[in-house]
Ligand binder design. Structure first.
Ligand code: GLY
Ligand code: MN
Ligand code: MN
Length: 438
């Protein structure tokens, strides 16, 4: 049950959004509850936009924001209380809980949506919705709008404009206020503790999924509902598969283990990668490549500060990786040409990071008017350079199948940045010391 003291945060978000909307109306459904098989459903995870505005955790709910409406501006449609259903499937807040605990001005049973929405849409010029997200909702909306059109002879008018809700809402979500920063710090703390545990739990002969179990056990013990995305636990050559999630191989002495995993806490994500030797000691080639990736990560993190264009940290990583690859003999040629042509893409085929928040690849524009936007305090992004060296005839076998990524979650602050996930060891000496139990 939501503590009442949280309510003002969500109320302020709705107010802020309604200021931007002026006389429009916003309709925000939560996510559909997906069937798994038969009468079994996947665990329910609310829609992030819906949850950002309401904190209402149940499926089958729709929020409506109707600024200036005398009977109330925040309406919540949700499931009614039902003793029989609650005996089988769990507690519900019901329409009364929606008002008393979640601050709705008015609440209605979800079954009343079709009957009430056309009237709510009457005489509103603009409708703010996430079009194209949920097909069933899109077709419901069109039906409601055409019903209003059918009544135009009575003097009402139907909405003329549909606006992507994300234009407004995702700009709000891209700047994390103090309360969100606190949640993200907690998700980060839990995640780094899990990575530390996973490092110590790794050993030759263990399976990737066993290390995954240690990691996710720590998430759950700390109160995380589930991982923010499928955990990647990739030993040896599996690390060169960027989104490897089979996690079913046995760990070999002499290999590295790449773990990319983050906890989700009250719908906020962490996203952390560490790469370390299964047997606790880096080999010389592994060490050499690791140092290159670490230097690139540090250079990129240094470029995360207010007023810096968002492309700068990726460029810093690319420059540092290119330098390192030249030093290792893996790239040959003129430095500036190699950087200009993106030669490192052979070993580094993804970008250096993304927004992080409620979604692991969080919402928010990266460019504004086709220009990389400037960083601002309160933004959170990942910094995650890597190198992935697949076997090839022109590459010395000592480098083959080395895959390394180092990923941290960085909050832009007024003074520069704060690494929210620094508690997971990432210096070679610190990793070896931690794995030795010291
Ligand atoms: N774990 C997904 C990513 O790093 O983007
Ligand atoms: Mn990431
Ligand atoms: Mn990641």
């Amino acid at each position: 049950m939501k503590p009442a003291h949280h309510r003002p945060i969500y109320q302020r978000r709705r107010q802020d959004l309604m200021c931007f909307m002026r006389d429009g109306i916003a309709i925000v459904p939560t996510a559909p509850h997906q069937p798994r098989n038969g009468d079994v459903l996947f665990p329910f995870r609310p829609d992030s936009d819906f949850y950002y505005l309401t904190h209402f955790p149940e499926p089958e709910a729709v929020a409506v924001l109707a600024p200036g409406r005398p009977e109330g501006e925040f309406l919540l449609f949700c499931r009614e209380r039902n003793a029989r259903h609650e005996t089988w499937d769990g507690r519900r807040h019901g329409t009364e809980g929606a008002r008393l605990e979640y601050g709705a001005d008015q609440s209605f049973a979800i079954g009343e949506l079709d009957a009430r929405m056309p009237a709510l849409l009457q005489n509103r010029d603009r409708v703010f919705v996430n079009m194209g997200r949920y097909a069933d909702f899109d077709s419901d909306l069109m039906r409601w709008v055409s019903e209003v059109r059918g009544h135009q002879r009575t003097g009402v008018h139907a909405p003329g404009e549909f606006v992507h809700l994300g234009h407004l809402l995702h700009e709000m979500r891209v700047i994390k206020k103090k309360d969100e920063q606190k949640l993200m710090r907690n998700a980060a703390r839990l995640t780094t503790a899990a990575h530390r545990r996973a490092m110590r739990a790794s050993a030759p002969g263990r399976y990737e999924y066993q290390v995954q179990a240690e990691l996710e056990c720590e998430f759950r013990l700390g109160g995380s509902q589930w991982p923010a995305y499928p955990s990647i636990v990739a030993g040896g050559e599996n690390a060169c598969i960027l989104h490897y999630t089979d996690n079913n191989c046995v760990l070999q002495s002499g290999d590295l283990l790449l773990i990319d995993a983050g906890a989700e806490l009250d719908c906020y994500a962490a996203d952390v990668t560490r790469t370390f030797p299964v047997n606790g000691t880096f080999s010389d080639p592994q060490r050499a490549v690791y140092e290159v990736v670490l230097a690139a990560q540090k250079a990129a993190i240094d470029a995360v500060k207010p007023e810096q264009p968002l492309c700068r940290y990726h460029e810093a990583a690319v420059a540092a990786l290119t330098d390192g690859l030249i030093d290792l003999g893996l790239l040959r040629g003129e430095r500036h040409e190699l950087i200009e042509t993106g030669a490192c893409r052979r070993f580094y085929m993804h970008r250096t990071g993304h927004w992080l928040g409620m979604d692991v690849h969080d919402v928010g524009d990266y460019k504004i008017d086709n220009q990389w936007r400037l960083l601002e305090p309160g933004m959170v992004l990942t910094v995650e350079p890597g190198l992935y060296i697949k076997p090839a005839a022109d590459i010395d076998p000592k480098w083959h199948n080395i895959g390394i990524r180092i990923e941290d979650d960085i909050l832009v602050t007024r003074a520069g940045n704060e690494n929210l996930t620094a508690d997971a060891p990432r210096e070679i000496a610190d990793i070896e010391k931690w794995m030795a139990g010291a």
